[in-house]
Design a protein around this ligand. Structure first.
Ligand code: SAH
Length: 225
């Protein structure tokens, strides 16, 4: 744990602790209230998940480019989605669709038992893997593939989080939810206003809650190198 803390503190010199505290302050003002989520965001060095040239903006509450026309999600969205996922108590197995930079993956890895992360762009995933090893977060396994299909071999999952927008909820993800399992997913047209949904698998069917308007990059079919 001490080693982990040391790793997490790395680079504090380059982005001051005050800047990080301001971000936490802002997230709580915006309604994030789960203390574990806030603490994990406080200790996770987001600047290691973006290009060096953008590191000075890493603690702003904003999405930033990570190459391949993709973005690292806004900290508020990462916090909010994690909080919604954990709202009913701790989770064991969580699948993430859209590893991207690996930032949301790193946050989840510190909040749940095991993370299964699927990404279609190989080079993004390779870089994300390196970052998680660097931070000594070892309860994550990665799959290069089409997240619309989920990861059926290791299903079911107690939680599924999708960090790209789908035109409709992929059936495979619903199929891979455990009883009582929670799916947090943005749905809607690419480039326009989209809705963040919470879908819970009940004994007989699913309940859906609309959590609000969001903007995500699109979920695209098929893996690429
Ligand atoms: N959570 C990431 C967000 C990255 S943006 C972060 O904070 O860095 C969305 C990611 O979803 C991109 O990396 C994109 O390549 C990935 N993606 C899009 N369609 C996908 C699909 N069908 N399967 C898996 N990943 C997909």
């Amino acid at each position: 744990m001490r080693e982990q803390d040391d790793l997490m503190r790395r680079g504090i010199g380059m982005t001051s602790q005050r800047t990080r505290e301001r971000l936490i302050q802002r997230l709580s003002e915006e309604g994030v209230s789960n203390p574990k989520v806030l603490e994990v965001i406080r200790r996770t060095p987001r600047h290691l998940f973006v290009d060096e040239a953008l590191a000075h903006r890493a603690y702003e509450d904003t999405a930033l480019p990570i190459g391949h026309n993709q973005t690292i999600s806004q900290p508020y969205m990462v916090a909010h989605m994690s909080e919604v996922l954990l709202q009913d108590g701790p989770l064991d197995k969580v699948m993430e669709i859209g590893t991207g930079s690996g930032y949301q993956t790193a946050i989840l890895a510190q909040l749940v038992e095991r993370v299964f992360s699927v990404e279609r762009i190989k080079s993004l995933q390779d870089r994300a893997k390196e970052r998680l090893v660097e931070l000594n977060l070892r309860n994550v396994v990665f799959r290069w593939g089409d997240g619309c299909e989920g990861w059926p071999a290791l299903a079911p999952y107690n939680g599924i989080i999708v960090t790209a927008v789908a035109s409709e909820v992929p059936q495979a993800l619903l199929d891979q939810l455990a009883p009582g399992g929670r799916l947090v997913i943005p749905v809607g047209p690419a480039g326009e206003v989209q809705q963040l949904l919470l879908i819970v698998r009940e004994e007989h069917g699913f309940t859906r809650t609309v959590l609000g308007s969001v903007r995500f990059v699109p979920l695209v079919n098929g893996p690429i190198a």
